[in-house]
Design a protein around this ligand. Structure first.
Ligand SMILES: [Zn+2]
Length: 335
């Protein structure tokens, strides 16, 4: 059997004859963007200029237009895909499925001329992601190392809510995270009935509005430049300010600070300063979750994405060892 699936040195996930996901690849007529994180938009301008079509969900398109600019996607033909919708190209069929990661995230299934199923998971969290049957599976490997297991035995969301409520008693709480994750936290706090004004700088604000348009419930959010918001922040009054991780060393230095990160395996909450904490809320599967996907997907061959994080090798090794399935990491890394 010659299944066409690969990951190139530049991070393109190749499925079948025609599809390149998440990075540009010369000669592939279809480019897929599985979601709006930067490491999945590699070479997107080039793809827009040269591919016949660029496929993504409507939510991903809306997110990119806010993150980059409304004009960013206009240099090519973008076709938005609903989950479950199939398009035919040449003699292959391409279908998107939901991935529980950030708003708009998708898994991609390509069925080739022999009806073989080639699947790319994209980034995903096992808890709420449908597992697709596959013949060839390309799986993300962010936490592909056996050390990357989260077994806290407590509900991280509940712990996050209590921590933030504790912080609000002292004044403003700054929450730092990545796009998509910040909005998930807003939703957790809103649903958890945390009563405090939410404040965000411009980009986070507009991404939140996109999330709201696509059905997320985040409650009332103020722009950080509004007078009311400025006053709250200036006087360190109880409110929650959501900033991108890159602002961590620039704002809220003397306030109560919560950083949200997936790279935490020891405990759900870890104190890192007098008023600073890290919360282990991840939008990726841990090691066990990755293996669970493979087990249920029943592929004949697995390729682990070794481009985005270098845990592809250990994951491939464990898959071979535990399931006896042919598995290897791509691209190969030479150290
Ligand atoms: Zn991602």
């Amino acid at each position: 059997m010659s299944l066409r699936a690969s990951v190139t040195n530049r991070g393109a996930i190749l499925l079948g004859k025609n599809v390149a996901c998440d990075a540009f690849e010369e000669g592939k007529p279809l480019r897929v963007v599985t979601h709006a994180h930067a490491d999945h938009m590699v070479g997107l301008q080039k793809s827009l200029r040269t591919c016949e079509k660029v496929l993504m969900t409507r939510a991903t398109k809306d997110m990119i237009e806010v993150m980059r600019s409304p004009l960013f996607l206009m240099s090519g033909i973008v076709e938005t895909m609903d989950y479950g919708k199939t398009i035919q190209y040449d003699d292959e069929r391409i279908t998107f499925f939901r991935a529980d990661h950030i708003l708009g995230a998708a898994q991609v299934l390509v069925e080739d001329v022999e009806a073989k199923r080639i699947v790319f998971t994209g980034d995903f969290r096992i808890e709420d992601t449908p597992i697709l049957d596959s013949d060839a599976l390309i799986i993300e490997a962010t936490y592909g190392n056996p050390a990357c297991k989260r077994s806290f035995g407590i509900d991280v969301k509940t712990a996050l809510i209590s921590l933030i409520e504790k912080g609000l008693k002292q004044g403003t709480v700054y929450v730092f995270g990545y796009h998509g994750k910040l909005q998930e936290i807003m939703e957790i706090l809103h649903k958890g009935s945390v009563v405090a004004p939410f404040i965000a700088p411009e980009k986070v604000f507009h991404i939140s509005k996109v999330c709201e348009r696509h059905g997320m419930k985040i409650g009332r959010l103020m722009l950080a430049t509004e007078i009311e918001a400025k006053e709250l922040l200036e006087h360190n009054l109880p409110c929650i300010a959501f900033f991108h991780m890159e602002s961590k060393s620039k704002v809220g230095l003397d306030s109560f600070r919560v950083c949200v990160s997936g790279w935490e395996f020891g405990s759900a909450i870890r104190q890192t300063g007098i008023k600073e904490y890290v919360v282990a809320l991840s939008d990726h599967s841990d090691f066990n979750g990755l293996l669970e996907y493979v087990r249920h997907s029943k592929p004949e061959v697995v390729i682990t994405d070794n481009f985005r994080v270098s845990n592809g090798e250990p994951l491939a090794r464990e898959i071979r060892k535990r399931f006896g399935i042919s598995a290897f990491a791509l691209p190969q890394r030479h150290s």
